[in-house]
Design a protein around this ligand. Sequence first.
Ligand code: NDP
Length: 433
Amino acid sequence: LRRNPGEPEFHQAVREVLHSLEPVLRKCPQYADANLVERLVEPERQVIFRVPWTDDAGEVHVNRGYRVQFSSALGPYKGGLRFVPQLSLGTVKFLAFEQIFKNALTGLGIGAGKGGADFDPKGRSDAEVMRFCQSFMTELHRHLGEHTDVPAGDINVGAREIGYLFGQYKRLANRYEAGVLTGKGIGWGGSHARTEATGYGTVHFVQEMLGTRGEELDGLRVVLSGSGNVSLFAVEKAQALGAQVVACSDSSGYVVDEAGLDLDLLKEIKLERRGRLDTYAEARAGARFSSRGSVYDVPCDVALPCATQNELREEHALGLVKNGVKVVAEGANMPCTPDAVAVLREAGVRYGPGKAANAGGVATSALEMRQNAARESWTFSEAEARLAVVMRGIHADCVTAAEEFGTPDDYVLGANAAGFLRVAEAMRDQGVV
Ligand code: NDP
């Protein structure tokens, strides 16, 4: 705490992991040697830089860029870039720390990093976003490389931004290094199913969680937060598996549509028009929009928080439990507060933490790197089939580790322990570095 003042989210993420690793370190004391845990919680490198850019009116703005390269024990640093106005170093560090365990769980040979900027793309023209991305990459490029650090998208960094970032990297590096960024366009090195992967993967993970008790998603009521990249494709997969998806949200409020969300309309509003959810309710008979209360007030069997960190709080968890929720799985990173998690677990709700449940995105990014290295392009169904295999594997590893360390059904312990053991083994083999 003294070493990292003013970084509450980073403290929260580290505390959760270290707490759940206690039985692991008791049973495997070799991993407590050589200050391995102390090394694990200290980023290998963090870069903070100035991002100056000019808006369409000629006014100069200055933002702050970040890249935290947390762990390269298992491969090149890997993790997304996020553009949100309130981004701080502590947020980037928590995300990069979570990424260590998530990326280890995929078993695909990727280290952990995260980055972004305190830039708000809302209301900015394409030309402004392009100039911002070019300036951001002008500094960041010297720290990247297909064998060094491979960013992807995250909140507010989608295909458009990845395109601008890649274009500038290519110009500065003077080479077409496809593997330096993931989430690229399909026509120029991107992988099929990368856009869908996090949302689809979360739903695959939920299917596995339900499957342990012989249940399935077909016919269950699902509620999600957010209506961005992760949420929309979670809706798509959940609907394909027969779920009744009745509500989602954005930063302005939430919509309830008892007839089941109209995904085409949602995609048109959120992806094409970059609009707000109230327009969904205006366009769709029977749907209602609310800017008061929470999407978690809507009764459901499965809740998928897919928006942002610490958005599902204790009061929301109490409401979900009261309304009979069975499964909560995190499409977003750390969307449930510790108090909320405690409520869910005490009530016997099955809870899938983000580092396991949303690992499908980074897994497909690693598969994109694999295709780039081999100069191959798999079909959508091949990429999706591999994603499903990875998610089944992660679920099985979580279950096995939770049983091994004494708390079956505890996905938090399972995810942290299984991820930690892979990283710790590599760190021991590689010596004190
Ligand atoms: P997007 O920017 O595409 O979407 C985020 C969505 O969340 C938007 O609809 C946004 O609303 C909404 N939102 C933001 N804050 C709130 C809030 N307080 N309450 C309700 N809704 C809110 O981001 P992604 O979908 O890519 O990422 C979402 C989460 O998933 C993040 O935690 C991210 O780290 C995590 N994640 C993403 C991966 C990926 O592949 N993209 C991979 C693994 C994890 P609005 O539309 O109004 O802006």
